[in-house]
Design a protein around this ligand. Structure first.
Ligand SMILES: NC(=O)c1ccc[n+]([C@@H]2O[C@H](COP(=O)([O-])OP(=O)(O)OC[C@H]3O[C@@H](n4cnc5c(N)ncnc54)[C@H](OP(=O)(O)O)[C@@H]3O)[C@@H](O)[C@H]2O)c1
Length: 288
């Protein structure tokens, strides 16, 4: 199989690190922030024009959900306007754009997992900025893969840059700090390693469009936290709270489980159940 020429933006992020490993046999150029910054369009165009990639993968985002409520301009700058520029560059270079979005584009009022055709209705500035990014990609590019995912955990999230949920739970438990975790928001925790593997399959096709890609099953954040300590075989002192008493700044959907309808229709390999993926993560971390 011929090697694809890929530019990977945010190559040392959580998902970026797993993509870098998974796509190691391709002709991949990793791009790192802040040397490469998608909010600087002239430099972004110049670097990508020099590389002439077949595929540009953008994992960059401003995704501190609560901070986005106050820093709404920054959220739109990174998650929407920079993505529009990136889409234009990809169109001009005839490159395929891979861009990631989020379950937080939905309002959580559905009684079944969301499919790609369901109308989005974000509740937060983060969700709105990511949805704007989606719209720009779809408006500008013909060759794009837009992938919505949920609750990512990847090994790079344990390296101290920014902890993922699993590492946050472990850190608080280690420090003897009380854990209060919401029990009224349903999600599907998703392994970056599995997502990277499915993406490697997807970009080998020309079935452009919008895809939901998460592990299988669903849980609340409290159930996810509980599963971590169950698998580790040690009790975690976790208190289940509701979103109102947790008091986060940004509103989050009560139910943002995604159905991988299009990925399944395309015949991509199935994702494992989230608990299996978590077990695998803890094994690779050397914790079980
Ligand atoms: N994390 C989740 O639970 C989750 C859930 C649903 C969807 N998503 C989406 O999935 C994607 C990947 O998330 P992730 O968890 O892998 O994020 P991440 O770990 O924060 O990785 C993002 C990478 O992009 C870099 N970056 C930040 N701003 C940039 C800029 N202006 N220009 C170029 N690079 C920049 C970051 O560098 P620094 O680390 O140095 O800032 C980091 O290397 C994002 O689109 C996110 O919205 C994530």
């Amino acid at each position: 199989m011929f090697a694809m020429k890929i530019a990977l933006i945010g190559a040392d992020g959580q998902l970026g690190s797993d993509l870098l490993r998974t796509l190691r046999d391709e002709r991949l150029t990793p791009l790192y922030y802040p040397d490469f910054d998608i909010t600087r369009p002239a430099e972004t165009r110049s670097v990508l024009s020099g590389l002439r990639p077949d595929v540009v993968i953008n994992t960059a985002a401003f995704h501190r959900v609560d901070d986005c409520e106050d820093l709404v301009e920054e959220a739109f700058r990174v998650n929407a306007f920079a993505v529009r520029e990136l889409a234009r560059i990809c169109r001009d270079l005839e490159a395929t754009l891979v861009h990631f979005s989020t379950d937080y584009v939905f309002d959580g009022r559905s009684s079944r997992p969301y499919v790609e055709e369901d109308p989005p209705q974000p509740l937060s500035a983060y969700g709105a900025s990511k949805l704007a990014g989606e719209y720009f990609v779809r408006a500008v590019c013909e060759k794009y893969f837009l992938v919505r995912t949920c609750g990512l955990f990847g090994l790079a999230g344990c390296l101290g840059k920014g902890r993922n949920f699993v590492e946050t739970m472990l850190f608080y438990a280690e420090a003897g700090r009380p854990l209060r975790v919401v029990n009224d928001q349903w999600v599907t925790p998703t392994s970056c390693e599995e997502l990277a593997a499915r993406l490697a399959e997807l970009i080998r096709t020309d079935r452009y469009g919008l895809y939901h890609m998460t592990n299988e099953g669903r849980c609340t954040w409290f159930e996810f936290a509980s599963a971590i300590f169950e698998l580790l075989g040690r009790p975690g002192k976790i208190t289940a709270v509701d979103s109102a008493s947790f008091g986060a700044k940004a509103r989050r959907p009560a139910f943002s489980v995604l159905e991988n309808k299009q990925a399944k229709a395309l015949g991509l390999a199935n994702f494992s159940e989230w608990r299996e993926a978590l077990r695998d993560y803890l094994r690779k971390r050397g914790l079980i």
